[in-house]
Design a protein around this ligand. Structure first.
Ligand code: SF4
Length: 414
């Protein structure tokens, strides 16, 4: 049998897709890029965000046409499927043969064997959310990989549907993550990006996040990059422990979401603007070469002009190396979705544009300060004759302050 898998959404979903491919291979099912040659068509989707839902539907409809045009093809929809849509998924998408929720990839081998003619297997919802992780088939270039160290989230941010969809946080055992690292290094991986919904809360049998990073560093991997550090738990002390290991890039991603105390409180983010200022000033003073990426949500219900001005002045002073600016989107069944004080769409768009302009000038200023510095570059690819790249450059890559496909590139001559 052959499977064609389309993966959408964030790197955490990408890891689930990579694990799914590995489990399918174990069940004797190879993968193909050509949906027409596939027996099984899979959409691995991030559809919990209302805004991503339409994109998922479009992809499922596209593959349903391929299914209809072929003989005996099957279609699976898996990933972050929102609970509130579960009841009507079957009615809405009757041509989908199986729905596999996030973390349920361990059910795939039984499904495939059954479709291959084996006796029908009872497919129970499987608890093993990390099935297939250690032997993943990489969908990223062979020198870089994401490593998911935990699943779910036990916090209660009012805008976020993740805890309802992915459940409470469960951390993977250190030994399993280290085995995965060793496999990845055997495949040529030089850089790993550690992921979780709330990475600072990692705790497996008493091993906390810094212990895990120590065990990962011991494998000899060249670059360790860390994402999703909750600013409520990130501290100078934690940073000191992490940076004891030379392999840990002086790059941290810590999504602040906002910097007005009033908005932070309504978001149920357990920190204040003053704490954020102290945290980032302390980090900058002690690690001047640290590059911090952050994320903010603009237009959260009740956000006033004053709140927005506070956010802007915080960003001006803090000078993040890069910033993701998201407009607030009300997610069904979250506390924020029913809060009053909806901010008008045109105002949200203006604020997003304003922050993007501000960040562009901050990033430009920081990059200018790199002039004359020497950096080690991880080469991602050869540029060839692609006219979209500046003339005279042969390769593109990244220095430690740039995450793969997130923070831009460095071009190399010769
Ligand atoms: S925003 Fe992050 S920390 Fe907050 S509930 Fe969602 S996943 Fe958890």
């Amino acid at each position: 049998m052959k499977a064609h898998l389309v993966t959408m959404g964030c790197p955490k979903n990408l890891v689930d897709s990579e694990a799914s491919l590995s489990l399918l291979r174990e069940a004797g099912c190879t993968s193909t890029d050509d949906p027409e040659r596939a027996d099984i068509l899979i959409v691995s989707a991030c559809s919990f965000l209302d805004s991503a839902w339409q994109e998922t539907l479009d992809e499922v409809h596209r593959l349903s046409e391929v299914k209809a045009a072929g003989e005996g093809k099957k279609l699976i929809l898996m990933g972050c499927l929102p609970k509130h849509r579960e009841e009507n998924l079957r009615q809405l998408l009757p041509f989908v043969d199986r729905f596999v929720p996030a973390g349920g990839q361990a059910t795939l081998p039984a499904i495939v064997r059954e479709w291959g003619g084996a006796a029908p297997a009872a497919v129970d919802p499987v608890e093993d959310r990390f099935a297939g992780f250690e032997e993943r088939i990489l969908l990223t270039p062979s020198h870089t990989a994401y490593v998911k160290i935990a699943e779910g989230c036990s916090r209660k941010c009012t805008f976020c549907a993740i805890p309802r969809i992915r459940g409470r946080m469960v951390s993977r055992p250190v030994a399993s993550i280290v085995r995965e690292l060793e496999n990845l290094m055997g495949q040529g991986v030089k850089e790993v990006s550690l992921l979780a919904q709330d990475i600072t809360s990692y705790n497996s049998e008493g091993h906390r996040f810094a212990d895990l990073v120590g065990a990962i560093a011991e494998t000899g991997i060249e670059w360790i990059r860390i994402f999703y550090l909750h600013p409520g738990s990130l501290s100078l002390e934690l940073a000191r422990r992490l940076f004891e290991y030379p392999a840990v890039c002086r790059y941290l991603e810590a999504p602040v979401q906002h910097a007005s105390d009033r908005v932070l409180k309504r978001m149920r983010r357990p920190y204040t603007r003053a704490r954020l200022r102290r945290l980032f000033e302390g980090l900058r003073a002690e690690f001047p070469d640290l590059r911090v990426r952050s994320e903010v949500i603009v237009g959260f219900p009740g956000e006033t002009d004053e709140d927005f001005d506070e956010l802007k002045s915080f960003l001006r002073v803090t000078e993040f190396a890069s910033l993701g600016v998201f407009s607030y989107s009300p997610e069904s069944n979250t506390p924020a979705a029913v809060m009053n004080g909806r901010v008008e769409r045109h105002l949200v768009e203006e604020r997003v544009a304003e922050l993007n302009d501000l960040q562009e000038s901050i990033s430009f200023g920081l990059l200018n300060r790199e002039l004359g510095n020497r950096h080690r570059i991880l080469v991602d690819r050869k540029l060839g004759d692609d006219a979209s790249y500046p003339e005279g450059f042969a390769y593109s890559g990244r220095y430690y302050g740039q995450a793969y496909e997130v923070d831009g590139e460095v071009y190399l001559r010769g």
